[in-house]
Design a protein around this ligand. Structure first.
Ligand SMILES: *Cc1c(COP(=O)(O)O)cnc(C)c1O
Length: 401
């Protein structure tokens, strides 16, 4: 019997009941704007910022309209502007080079390894080309952060972390987002907590965060923030920093607060699904699983494997057969950007030279969403389907040789 999977790769869990109740309360009182507070009231957005800061051990937190906005604001607050170069990953999603382009800066792409992390040798060779690295922990894979920080610190390069896929994850016990000058997070539907759109910016430096708060569109209401530096830090910054509206509202914050409390529990559920897939795919000929280092406390909301050195036709063959059995796989090797998937050389507004070592890896990267609506049995079934189809395609290749 040919097994078929019938679940949806894009269906997340519902908003928890307490999040729905909190959202209703905000809609009933009507004060959705974060600076619209009744006497004695503390806005949901303000409370969420305090809770998020505490969850990662950061001094300051700013809730914003998206992860992309968080990155743009971090770049601006770090002094990046028109014509500057910014180091970033060749393997990431389009909002990352997009944030660099949004401030008029130019990305310098760093390669990817078989472990799907930034290539630290390539980074070392390019550190003299920029003052800032926008580091994307793409698909939740965290590089050797001790080595990365040592390299960047020695070269005087500021690190801004894109933690869209690493909320709740850590390297060697230190949360992702706490290594660099800023950590940027997304609360868009496909990330670890879901408010449709939204994001956070965290950091420890008072001047940095004062600039970020002004940038987000605080007007002169910055003293309403509590996960923020004291008002005196704004004395000059409030005159010198433009407002570029990108605030979070109380409705989204209300939906997020109960989800944030449950994040550790959700990480365990997500990782159990990841491990079920990984176990099911072991010893599949031609399929390379991504090694996860012991120091990486990952939080897997997606799954990747490599079909290294397969031809484009053979990979398309696997994807087609899997799709016919209900398993939707994304591929970073496609010549054309498709859906959410694109590559450094798809972003034609940003100059890039060919990166043959990374191209070989990108050509083999197969990617899959892992929503929590999948059961462990679903994950085992998906793994069986992939294993059979990769195995069959491998046999066809061997036979053709
Ligand atoms: C989703 C995502 C972002 C941006 O988040 P938005 O909230 O959608 O702007 C940034 N980086 C990566 C790697 C992402 O996947």
């Amino acid at each position: 019997m040919t097994e078929v999977f019938t679940g949806s790769f894009t269906q997340q869990e519902p908003i928890p009941e307490d999040g729905i109740a909190a959202a209703l309360a905000v809609m009933q009182h009507g004060r959705l704007h974060r600076y619209n507070e009744a006497p004695g009231e503390v806005a949901e957005t303000v409370l969420l910022e305090e809770e998020f800061a505490a969850s990662v051990g950061a001094k300051y937190c700013l809730a914003v309209a998206s992860g992309g906005y968080a990155m743009t604001t971090a770049l601006r607050a770090s002094g990046v502007g028109y014509g500057d170069h910014v180091l970033t990953n060749a393997f990431t999603l389009a909002p990352v080079p997009g944030a660099i382009a949004a401030v008029g800066a130019v990305p310098v792409f760093i390669g990817v390894t078989e472990e799907l992390v930034i290539d630290l040798d390539d980074l070392g060779a390019k550190l003299d080309q920029a003052k800032v690295l926008l580091l994307s922990h793409m698909r939740g894979h965290i590089c050797d952060m001790d080595r990365l920080m040592a390299l960047c610190d020695a070269a005087g390069v500021t690190v801004i972390e894109d933690c869209a896929h690493t909320m709740g994850a850590a390297w060697d016990g230190v949360p992702s987002g706490r290594w660099g000058r800023f950590g940027c997070y997304s609360t868009q539907t496909y990330k670890h907590i879901n408010s449709g759109e939204g994001g956070f910016l965290i950091g420890d430096d008072p001047d940095d965060m004062a600039r970020a708060i002004m940038l987000s569109g605080s007007y002169m209401l910055f003293d309403k923030h509590r996960a923020a530096p004291p008002p005196e830090v704004f004395a000059q910054i409030k005159y010198e920093t433009p407002n570029i509206s990108g605030r979070m509202d109380n409705l989204r914050a209300a939906v997020l607060r109960p989800q944030l409390k449950r994040l550790p529990e959700q990480a365990a559920r997500w990782n159990a699904r990841y491990r079920a897939l990984e176990d099911g795919l072991r010893e599949t000929p031609g399929l390379h699983l991504v090694a996860r280092p012991a120091k990486e406390q990952f939080f897997a909301s997606s799954f990747q494997f490599l079909l290294l050195d397969w031809s484009a036709d053979a990979i398309a063959d696997v994807l087609g057969h899997c799709k016919a059995r209900g398993v939707e796989l994304k591929w970073f090797g496609d010549a054309e950007p498709v859906g959410f998937t694109s590559r450094y050389d798809s972003w034609r507004y940003a100059p890039s030279a060919p990166m043959p070592v990374s191209d070989r890896i990108l050509a083999g990267v197969v990617d899959m969403r892992l929503p929590l609506t999948f059961s462990l049995e679903d994950c085992a079934l998906i793994a069986r389907i992939i294993k059979q189809e990769v195995g069959a395609a491998w046999q066809r290749q061997v036979a053709a040789e």
